[in-house]
Design a protein around this ligand. Sequence first.
Ligand SMILES: *Cc1c(COP(=O)(O)O)cnc(C)c1O
Length: 361
Amino acid sequence: MNKFNLNSLIRENILNLDPYISARTEHHQEKNSIFLDANENSFGSPLSFLNSYNRYPDPLQKELRKKISSFKNISPSKIFLGNGSDEIIDLVYRIFSRPEIDNVIIFPPTYGMYEVSGKIHGVDIIKIFLIEESYQLNLDKIEKIMNPHSKIIFICSPNNPTGNDLKREDIEKITKKFTGIVVLDEAYIDFSNQKSLSMEIDKYPNLIILQTLSKSWGLAGARIGIAIASEAIIQWMNKVKHPYNISMLSQEIAIKALENRDLFFFHLKNILAEREYMQESLKKIPIIQKVYPSSANFLLAKINFSSKNLYQYLMTKKIIVRDRSKIILCDNCLRITVGTHEENEYLINQIQKYSIQKIKK
Ligand SMILES: *Cc1c(COP(=O)(O)O)cnc(C)c1O
């Protein structure tokens, strides 16, 4: 990519913004002071037996970012935390894309929030479908379709709902060629054999990598999304975000979790073993036409006939999976998350039973 100019991509209203300076941005670290600057309740909350959460949280999440930085080996200045990746997706739209003028390119079948968020912002969504069956990027088409108003490209790898890694060379080629912002969503990267592109972040000034504590770290309830990008991009995110976007409770819980790496790796190992077990067992069931290869913590399975019927049958057995059959290129597909061994065994037994009934008919 030649002559990348970040400021030329940023919306004018954002370029000219004087950000809100919260009371705690400047003085958060100070201890032993009397805090009469933020209109908090100095007497505490009625939760007096705990840290009573009467104070606003650190707006820049310094301690948590330090922990994530040391785990991922990335400077804290290149890390931004959002209230889930969904907040970060929304922020990227707010910073870069002008409603009614700009467009954004996505590669369906993929994560639904790129499109929903774009529509909320009034931005044109250009869809370039992944190549059938391989679910890889269609580079020729992308080059033909991108235009000067294309501001953001969303790439998801490993991709949801297909589960596969997109080819790294393709991702790098697009990032080099594209003159706008590339968002690479790596929500499932810890389940993949492929390396994160975050180690190459300095090579790509237009790249924003999304990761999350919701999947491999098991903290979906805490809502912590991670963006990794150049310091310049991170600074724009900090200017535009809501001042206290991550609650104190979430910050504390995430810090505790990050201190327990052994259990993280133990769970990860179990999920990968269970994925293998499910893949092998599902493949053997006659009504299952195909189980796609997965680099994530879920499997996409194609059913020989209406997946909706199987979906409903599983509901009656109190198993909830995701029916993706309405999505283009996912005809008769169910997306199944890897559960605990007991859960997976029960699921497989139920699908086997269903398969036997179906074949008898
Ligand atoms: C689950 C998921 C996320 C995570 O979203 P959070 O808001 O961080 O929970 C992001 N991207 C994709 C593709 C996902 O599947």
